[in-house]
Write a protein that binds this ligand. Structure first.
Ligand SMILES: [Zn+2]
Length: 268
């Protein structure tokens, strides 16, 4: 693979609210909030993995800090937009609580909260898997949420909302991300396949979507893995099955027929 290889899920990560797949209820509410300038101090994004929580958090950050912002159509060209797209923003701090569980890290967050935004209009903290924070860190976060400094916004994301303290939940605007429907995923995979010249059948795309239980990222990663085959042939259901380590229904049917007819050699 070349050095410039970008995984498909990153290449096709949505950059604006209207390109987010599914989650129409969330798109609608956030769009009006941005248009009306009604920005909350804290958001809580909950839902299964791969349903767009982190992508939406980044889009929201971009929408707020774009030089034209708050806007539902961030320009994608100003310093703030480019920084967020390249994952090196100064005013957007991403914390993965799953890997930063220590109390010192939470204190570290709070120290930084006191600084004013450098380039953007808001200092935005995206805390992924927020339920993984320790109790101490939770309390530190709670204290900040009780009296949020001006121009500071927290976007908390979690796959396990029941593990988040009620006192935190009550201070956030909550958005529940739903599993993306199979047909929405198939449609998006078809869009990507066409753009990338990946030769694949509709049935194969359907199987990929079905297998990832409403998670877009897993679906795209699987398509990415399979795409290598399409240089020599059209990718079909059997290819998907073999990469998933599963036996296709056809093979299973043939096998059972051989067993029923006591054709041992063929069954083996
Ligand atoms: Zn911009």
């Amino acid at each position: 693979m070349s050095e410039n290889y970008i995984p498909l899920y990153r290449k096709y990560r949505p950059q604006t609210l209207d390109t987010l797949v599914g989650q129409s209820h969330i798109k609608k509410t956030l769009t009006s909030a941005i248009e009306l300038g009604k920005i909350a101090h804290a958001y809580l994004f909950t839902g299964p993995r791969g349903t767009g929580k982190t992508s939406t958090a980044r889009i929201l950050a971009k929408s707020l800090n774009c030089k034209n912002g708050p806007t539902v159509k961030p320009c994608g060209e100003c310093e703030s937009c480019r920084d967020i797209a390249n994952s090196i923003p100064i005013d957007v701090i991403e914390i993965d609580a799953a890997s930063n569980r220590k109390v010192e890290d939470a204190q570290n967050i709070l120290e930084k909260v006191q600084y004013v935004p450098v380039n953007g209009k808001y200092k935005i903290y995206i805390i992924d898997e927020v339920h993984m924070l320790t109790n101490h860190a939770f309390n530190a976060l709670l204290k900040t949420l009780e009296e949020p400094p001006e121009n500071v916004i927290f976007i908390l994301a979690t796959t396990e909302v029941h593990k988040v303290l009620d006192t935190i939940k009550s201070r956030c605007q909550r958005f529940d991300f739903r599993r993306i429907t199979t047909s929405d995923i198939v449609q998006h995979l078809r869009f990507i396949s066409d753009k990338e010249n990946i030769n694949i059948t509709d049935d194969a795309l359907f199987l990929i979507a079905k297998n990832s239980a409403g998670g877009m990222r897993d679906s795209i990663s699987l398509l990415d893995q399979l795409s290598i085959l399409s240089f020599s042939k059209q990718i079909d259901v059997d290819d998907v099955n073999s990469i998933l380590g599963r036996i296709s229904f056809d093979v299973l049917l043939k096998l059972s027929n051989q067993i029923i007819s006591s054709n041992h050699a063929a069954a083996i």
